[in-house]
Design a protein around this ligand. Structure first.
Ligand SMILES: NC(=O)c1ccc[n+]([C@@H]2O[C@H](COP(=O)([O-])OP(=O)(O)OC[C@H]3O[C@@H](n4cnc5c(N)ncnc54)[C@H](OP(=O)(O)O)[C@@H]3O)[C@@H](O)[C@H]2O)c1
Length: 292
């Protein structure tokens, strides 16, 4: 059995600290602004994983003093109904953040719905305007999961300038914005995806390796450079031989922890950081209302 030598990047602990700070900010500002920040998480259908994420987000929001305007719609809800709801929330002065929980049922066009969210209430940072600002390096609402990765790397003072960073995955939700944020931090970035050839040779060069493919055990210890910083964004539910289900990432944690210098656990790594960044985005839009 390998010995774990890697230090843990504790996303759960950092997320708790960030949430504490947000709670203090909200408690101070609420009397001046006259209302709490508001977040609307829109969920459609009964996907159990999505339901758990939504519950988590609302619970975390309530804990820091964010009011929930969340709505849960039946699977058959039409695109038009959701567009109308988003249009109302865009106008609602109590609401600072709006997010559509993905994935959506097949008959709905997620991209078109994301376009309808007012960019300054786009708590998930997925509106083209906010993604465009990220490309240009302008201030804007940033996609929560990659923003959470960056915040965690910053907390542990991981040097990024000039480092080889490899991102495995190129989704709009995680991989692409992740690569852009690392680029913005002056890392030299490579993006791998399902058509990439010889993934191992690429990942073995990574000083910073980010796995966001959604494939359990995709990254083995042999694919990791000794001393690398390894971030596991993947969340995969697996059932073991005894029928017990648990969450694992994309990285073989036990073996990789004997090779890497730093590693994130699953759960307790990037998951809680994503929620913390969502709340932070909501509070940042709330603060913006006082400046307008
Ligand atoms: N921690 C969090 O809070 C959080 C938040 C969001 C997502 N996640 C998790 O992160 C994972 C990725 O999420 P996502 O939304 O980005 O998923 P996604 O949209 O399915 O994208 C997966 C990406 O991985 C690539 N990929 C698939 N197989 C690969 C392989 N064998 N080698 C290299 N790349 C491969 C795909 O390439 P192609 O583009 O070529 O298909 C795609 O770009 C999932 O496990 C998800 O649950 C976690």
């Amino acid at each position: 059995m390998e010995t774990q030598t890697a230090k843990i990047l504790d996303g759960k602990a950092l997320a708790a600290t960030i949430q504490q700070e947000l709670a203090t900010t909200i408690a101070e500002l609420q009397p001046k602004i006259g209302r709490p920040p508001g977040l609307a998480v829109l969920m459609v259908g009964d996907n159990p994983a999505s339901a758990a994420y939504v519950k988590n987000k609302e619970k975390a929001g309530a804990k820091v003093g964010i009011a929930s305007f969340g709505q849960h719609f039946p699977t058959q809800t039409s695109q038009t109904v959701l567009e109308e709801v988003i249009a109302e929330l865009n106008q609602d002065e109590q609401v600072d953040g709006i997010l559509v929980q993905l994935p959506l049922p097949k008959h709905l066009d997620a991209i078109s719905l994301l376009h309808k969210i007012a960019p300054d209430k786009d708590a998930d940072g997925l509106h083209p305007i906010n993604l465009g600002k990220l490309v240009r390096g302008e201030t804007g609402l940033r996609s929560c999961t990659p923003a959470g990765v960056m915040r965690l790397l910053e907390e542990y003072k991981i040097p990024l300038v000039g480092k080889q960073a490899v991102v495995v995955g190129r989704s709009i939700l995680v991989g692409k914005p992740m690569a852009l944020m690392l680029l913005e931090a002056d890392a030299t970035v490579t993006i791998a995806h399902s058509r990439t050839q010889d993934l191992k040779t690429i990942t073995q060069n990574a000083d910073i390796l980010i796995a966001a493919a959604g494939i359990p055990g995709l990254i083995t210890a042999q694919m990791v450079k000794p001393g690398a910083v390894v971030i596991d964004v993947g969340i995969n539910r697996v059932t073991d031989s005894s029928g017990k289900s648990r969450l694992i990432g994309d990285i073989d944690f036990a073996a990789t922890a004997s090779v890497a210098e730093y590693i994130t656990p699953v759960p307790g790594g990037i998951g809680p950081m994503t929620v913390a960044m969502l709340l932070q985005n909501t509070v940042s839009s709330y603060l913006q209302t006082t400046r307008n």
